[in-house]
Design a protein around this ligand. Structure first.
Ligand SMILES: [Mg+2]
Length: 297
């Protein structure tokens, strides 16, 4: 694939950054608190518990960019390079870093550990939030998608539920980019729910924490019931909880489905323009680069 023949690829990555920047304001708030403070939270204004400047993105976008940069710099997927890029990112004193992510990167840095211990503690959404560069990279040759996804995930999150849902989001993004068919994408999620009924979002009760199953339910419930990019994101970030990560993942799906034209200009102009520029460059390079492992992993 020489050119970006799937125009919504960039929108998916930009959507992720916008969901992150918009949701960071309402992270850890309840819907009631959000309503009392903002009515409907619908502007990229920064603030939140991290006291961000407007447009600032957080770990969701930054770790995605680190993963994408690793693939590009290595000329392929190389697990030690991914680990090294995560170390570089952690050393840059990020504005936010989850405890499971910090532990995984520290274990890699100090001991070269590339597979973190399996535990329920690692059933957070930290692997799913950063996997988009692998999805984009594998679009032209999907055979390696599962393998590369699990390798990058297990650096910090080694958990069966995280694996299943991270893979499911990836399959959904691919189908959305390939076909633009929302029902087909939802069917992928529904197949997973048939095997794991606890993942069902049909009776969603507002569980919006950073637990990967809650993230799955929050994103799917609002993605399924919305009809454009803006509605999807507004519903997710006004749910509070892990609003930046849930917003980022919802933005990834909604961007892939609805495309750049659907992204409100007020959000696109407000989000950090250096990030948008990096995303556009990365997307082009990831689409062009042949899919391969650059060394043994
Ligand atoms: Mg975040």
């Amino acid at each position: 694939m020489k050119n970006d023949t799937k125009p919504n690829v960039t929108a998916s990555y930009v959507g992720l950054a916008i969901g992150d920047a918009l949701g960071a304001t309402t992270e850890f708030m309840t819907p009631r608190e959000i309503q009392a403070s903002y009515g409907v939270h619908n502007r990229i204004i920064g603030g939140g518990w991290l006291h961000l400047r407007p447009g600032r993105v957080t770990d969701d976008t930054e770790m995605s960019l680190a993963l994408g940069k690793s693939i590009i710099d290595s000329g392929g997927f190389c697990l030690s390079s991914v680990g090294d890029h995560f170390v570089t990112w952690m050393r840059s004193k990020p504005v936010d870093i989850g405890s499971t992510v910090r532990k995984g990167i520290r274990d890699y840095m100090l001991n070269g550990t590339t597979i973190s211990d399996e535990s329920e503690m690692s059933a957070g959404n930290g692997a799913a939030m950063r996997n988009l560069p692998v999805i984009i990279y594998c679009l032209k040759k999907w055979d390696y998608f599962e393998d590369m996804t699990l390798h990058q995930s297990h650096l910090t999150h080694n958990n069966a539920k995280s694996d299943l849902i991270t893979l499911c989001f990836g399959e959904m993004v691919k189908v959305l980019l390939d076909t633009g068919d929302k029902l087909k994408a939802l069917n992928i999620a529904n197949k997973l729910i048939k095997i794991h009924p606890k993942f069902s979002y049909s009776r969603y009760k507002g569980e919006s924490s950073g637990y990967i199953v809650d993230t799955f339910k929050t994103v799917l419930h609002h993605f399924a019931d919305s009809s454009d990019f803006e509605e999807t994101l507004l519903r997710v970030v006004n749910q509070g909880g892990d609003a930046d990560t849930n917003g980022a993942i919802a933005g990834m799906l909604a961007g892939a489905l609805y495309g750049m034209d659907s992204i409100p200009g007020k959000w696109l102009r407000k989000v950090d323009q250096n990030v948008i520029s990096d995303i556009k460059i990365q997307t082009k390079k990831l689409l062009e680069l042949p899919v391969r492992y650059s060394d043994e992993v």
